[in-house]
Design a protein around this ligand. Structure first.
Ligand SMILES: Cc1cc2nc3c(=O)[nH]c(=O)nc-3n(C[C@H](O)[C@H](O)[C@H](O)COP(=O)(O)OP(=O)(O)OC[C@H]3O[C@@H](n4cnc5c(N)ncnc54)[C@H](O)[C@@H]3O)c2cc1C
Length: 383
């Protein structure tokens, strides 16, 4: 359950989306324009500080509240929810695993959005098999020297802080024991080499990062011990996957709301199209699955708030919500007929945005691997 303050906050974000985001999203998307003004509005609302408690921030909200805020933003424009998702994961990583010095140094500025953060896991050679990564940070005196490259890094140009997953011991066996997280501030040796052209998720850049003999202080290591980065990031991805599920809820809801309106306005054979059973059935299924996806996502969020390990629950939420959003977006195209295919309507945007939630933050194939591993682990047969 959300507190009264949290409900009020979700309503404030809802109004922001209706009055500030919805009217401009179509044009920003079409021009692939970075939404500077909307990001400023999000900063003012405190959206970049949702994970940061006092004394560094203004008070952390529950994961369930975070889900509903994300859903609202994505309902207006999925790109906005992408502009704060990775940032929140990094803030949580610092909060959960950072030293006192790291918390004091970064959390206050992350909370206001003055400093924005991104996470860099994926490499040109692959994103699913993280243990095969090739980016290496060698300890040298009291510094790390970083070499390698990262691919598909969202907000790379606008983020001042990169949570970099890399190998500090490339020879470690098993490989994950040689993986660490470094908090890297932009500087000499780090280049945002190019932006990647995308099907959707416009306006917010996704880029390649190249590290060439970049030197960072030893204090950049998240926490105090090397070799813990993989486990730290897996915990971070739990909230990341809940957030991606929430983005899918927003895209699905926008597609459903537009379809409900259109199905009442548009007539054929002398009646509104929702009265044709096929169209009515689409709407009924869309609403039912969307609500099921929301409940699954809130379930994962509540378990997360309880402090439980939720890789299975977050994986289920992300898997189901993203596949549901894709299905709803496709049905919205069907309901809108030719106009569903027109770039003058928002429907085609939902259809282009939905696949990101299937691929991002660990593909849905990987989510199924996580889910089944947990299922078998929790239900072993006696031997
Ligand atoms: C717009 C966008 C933004 C992104 N933002 C970020 C970001 O900010 N930071 C970041 O680090 N990454 C980011 N990513 C990367 C994203 O997380 C990866 O694309 C994703 O994890 C998949 O990695 P890959 O693309 O290398 O595919 P691969 O790992 O090469 O996978 C290819 C296919 O093989 C399947 N596959 C691979 N291994 C298995 C297996 N063991 N079992 C079953 N199937 C398998 C995959 O599911 C997929 O279908 C972003 C991606 C996109 C598209």
């Amino acid at each position: 359950m959300l507190s009264t303050e949290e409900y009020d906050f979700v309503r404030v974000v809802q109004r922001f989306v209706d009055s500030e985001v919805k009217p401009v999203a179509h044009d920003l998307e079409a021009g692939d324009v970075y939404p500077e003004k909307l990001i400023d509005g999000m900063k003012e609302l405190g959206i970049y500080g949702l994970a940061v408690p006092e004394p560094w921030g203004f008070g952390r909200v529950s994961a369930a509240c975070y889900v509903l805020v994300t859903e609202e933003l994505a309902r207006g424009w999925m790109s906005l929810s992408g502009a704060m998702g990775g940032h929140t994961v990094v803030a949580k990583l610092i909060l959960d695993f950072g030293t006192q010095e790291q918390k004091d140094k970064y959390l206050p500025r992350l909370a206001t959005g003055e400093l924005r953060a991104t996470m860099a896991l994926t490499e040109p050679g692959g994103g699913s098999d993280l243990q095969a990564m090739r980016t290496v940070a060698h300890a040298q005196d009291d510094e790390y020297v970083i070499n390698g490259s990262k691919m598909w890094i969202s907000n790379a140009r606008h983020a001042g802080l990169v949570a970099l997953l890399c190998k500090t011991d490339p020879s470690a066996e098993p490989a994950h024991k040689g993986i660490s997280l470094l908090l890297v501030e932009k500087g000499e040796g780090l280049t945002v080499s190019r932006d990647l052209h995308k099907l959707g998720y416009k306006g917010v850049e996704t880029s390649e990062l190249v590290f060439e003999n970049m030197r960072v202080p030893a204090q950049a290591l998240l926490g105090t011990a090397e070799g813990e980065g993989f486990a730290q990031m897996m915990r971070g991805l739990e909230i990341g996957r809940i957030q991606v599920a929430a983005r899918a809820l927003g895209v699905g809801r926008a597609a459903l709301e537009d379809s409900l309106r259109y199905a009442q306005e548009r007539e054929s054979f002398g009646k509104p199209i929702w009265k044709h059973q096929s169209i009515g059935n689409y709407l009924a299924d869309m609403a039912t699955k969307l609500e099921a996806a929301r409940q699954l996502t809130l379930f994962a969020a509540r378990r997360y708030d309880d402090g439980a390990r939720v890789d299975m629950e977050a994986g289920m939420a992300k898997l189901f919500a993203s596949e549901t959003a894709m299905e709803i977006a496709l049905n919205a195209v069907r309901i809108h007929g030719g106009y569903g295919y027109s770039s003058e309507f928002d429907i085609e945007r939902y259809f282009r945005d939905a696949p990101l939630m299937i691929v991002g933050e660990g593909t849905n194939e990987i989510q199924r691997n996580v889910i089944v591993k947990q299922l078998i682990g929790r239900n072993p047969i006696p031997r």
